[in-house]
Design a protein around this ligand. Structure first.
Ligand code: ZN
Ligand code: ZN
Length: 381
């Protein structure tokens, strides 16, 4: 597709420097965070507090936006120090993408929200996983609902490196890595593997989504046809689609597209545009086509991505520059771009500079920060 040629200039050869699965970062001592750096950013629409159920809008809240490793709170910045976690709400469903350290505060918020609420009055709770790198799992053992006997949690994610998804999750919480074994947790948990093209559908009363795999016989055609977006227009239905992407080293990652009430959000963390050639980029652009919001990895400044010399390159580590993210946003015709997976070595000012770089190529760019809440629908976009 012609539009993806935009990315050709960033199509480096893959290198052998992939032993570091998530990128090491470039420490820049002495930089102090500037808390005011992002103060001009406004959410699309502040969702009313307290009305967490039965709203006809798709709401997103970022609980963790860093890549690679969490920063401690004493290093706190306006962007925040927790790693990847996004919460989406639609009517009585909560869908969380990734369990980086941001999920810890989310779990505490859910625990207090549900205190005294009978189990059958609670929202459904689904955790989607993009991949299994540490920065996307490290908050899971400390996610309060895991320890709540009344919590029903559905886990959905990819099989990776020859392991089933359930093995990957259970293996993260067992001796000698963690004192509590996943199998002994008091909550009720169901785990499902999905792959490329899988579609998830939450109907109003369902506790977990219906899963339609791409290779489910006749259903496969239906899924493929659904690739012309926007997908189904039943306003009571929340749906998600997964695309397996090779734009992240070794095992790849799932990119998710959540849709409800004619609005959609694409969550593309840990992607390095241009690292796998034109067709991989074109597939990604098609998948993101026309989304209201594209949350896209923008871990490295162009200076760091291109300027470190042949022996110290971060190319091939599976992350993008803001310009790459902006080019995807433009090629896919999305309405707004949110930059995510911020480099923990960058302070607020450096990250805001990345946003300005992206704005040279795409008009509507926000820096995702902890606590940023965006509402899609009801005229919000
Ligand atoms: Zn990551
Ligand atoms: Zn990763």
């Amino acid at each position: 597709m012609a539009e993806t040629n935009l990315m050709d200039q960033h199509a480096p050869e893959r290198t052998d420097s992939l032993d570091a699965l998530d990128a090491p970062t470039l420490i820049r001592p002495g930089r102090l965070p500037r808390r005011s750096a992002l103060s001009h950013l406004q959410p699309l629409e502040e969702a009313p507090s307290g009305s967490v159920h039965n709203v006809n809008a798709l709401r997103a809240r970022f609980w963790g936006v860093r890549g690679s490793y969490p920063l401690t709170t004493t290093q706190g910045t306006r962007v925040g120090g927790a790693t990847t976690c996004l919460e989406m709400r639609y009517r009585r469903h909560i869908v969380i993408i990734d369990a980086g350290s941001g999920i810890i505060a989310l779990g505490e918020a859910l625990a207090s929200e549900w205190r005294g609420v009978p189990p059958d009055k609670r929202p459904s709770l689904t955790l989607l996983f993009t991949h299994a790198h540490h920065d996307h799992l490290c908050g899971l053992p400390f996610f309060a609902p895991l320890y709540d006997p009344n919590a029903q949690i559905t886990f959905i994610g990819p099989d990776l490196a020859g392991m089933r998804f359930a093995e990957i999750i259970a293996g993260y919480m067992r001796s000698p890595y963690f004192p509590v074994d996943f199998s002994e947790l008091p909550s009720q948990r169901r785990l499902y593997s999905i792959g490329d093209g899988a579609r998830l559908i939450w109907t109003p009363d369902s506790e977990e989504p219906q899963i339609i795999h791409k290779d489910d016989g006749e259903m496969a055609d239906e899924v493929d046809e659904a690739r012309t977006y926007p997908v189904r227009r039943e306003s009571a239905t929340l749906s998600a689609e997964a695309m397996y992407s090779t734009l992240h080293p070794r095992d790849g990652t799932l990119i998710y597209r959540l849709s409800a009430a004619d609005h959609s959000l694409v969550f593309a963390t840990d992607v390095e545009v241009g690292s796998r050639g034109e067709e991989a980029d074109a597939r990604f652009v098609r998948f993101a086509q026309g989304a209201d919001l594209l949350a896209h990895d923008a871990q490295y400044s162009a200076e760091d991505y291109f300027g470190l010399g042949e022996k110290a390159t971060v190319r091939g580590f599976g992350h993008s520059t803001p310009e790459m993210a902006a080019q995807v946003a433009r090629a896919a015709g999305v309405k707004r771009l949110a930059l995510i997976h911020h480099n923990p070595a960058y302070d607020d000012a450096a990250i805001e500079a990345l946003a300005n770089e992206a704005r040279r190529h795409f008009p509507d760019v926000v820096v995702a920060h902890e606590g940023l809440e965006l509402t899609l629908g009801e005229g919000a976009l």
